[in-house]
Design a protein around this ligand. Structure first.
Ligand code: 5GP
Ligand code: ZN
Length: 120
């Protein structure tokens, strides 16, 4: 828990969000400014600022984020047409919230480029 982190506040129910999945380690909610028809943010309950900050002991947790992403993708009927998982790390990637999260994007054809923002 980091006192001034908006995602910690969402995870602790101090801030509202449209939560679509949670378990003991992971919370997932709709992005407030969606870049695709399905745009879900998948976060660990543990406050890890960026993927660069993960420790060896977080490896299983990072795997769980991906398992949750697949489960959510199935719930949103994306398994046939596919989806994209994105992690932004640091300023050049445009990371704006420093609590690790996967973006799960789908529901429309996504540009065939490794890009950030509205173009993803
Ligand atoms: P980043 O660039 O850090 O990978 O992406 C952060 C994402 O969080 C952005 O897509 C942004 O729209 C989303 N976001 C920022 N603040 C909030 C919020 O308060 N609630 C929700 N649900 N999403 C947020
Ligand atoms: Zn946090």
């Amino acid at each position: 828990m980091s006192a001034d982190c908006i995602f910690c506040k969402i995870i602790n129910r101090e801030l509202d969000a449209d939560i679509v999945y949670e378990d003991e380690d992971v919370v997932a909610f709709k992005d407030i400014n969606p870049a695709a028809p399905v745009h879900i943010l998948i976060t660990p309950r543990k406050h890890i600022p960026t993927i660069m900050d993960m420790e060896k002991s977080d490896e299983a947790l990072i795997g769980r984020l991906h398992s949750a992403a697949n489960e959510i993708a199935r719930a949103f009927k994306l398994e046939k047409k596919g989806y994209r998982i994105v992690i932004n790390c640091g300023s050049d990637a445009g990371q704006i919230v420093f609590h690790l999260h996967l973006h799960l994007l789908g529901g429309r054809p996504l540009l065939q480029t490794i890009a950030k923002g509205r173009g993803v």
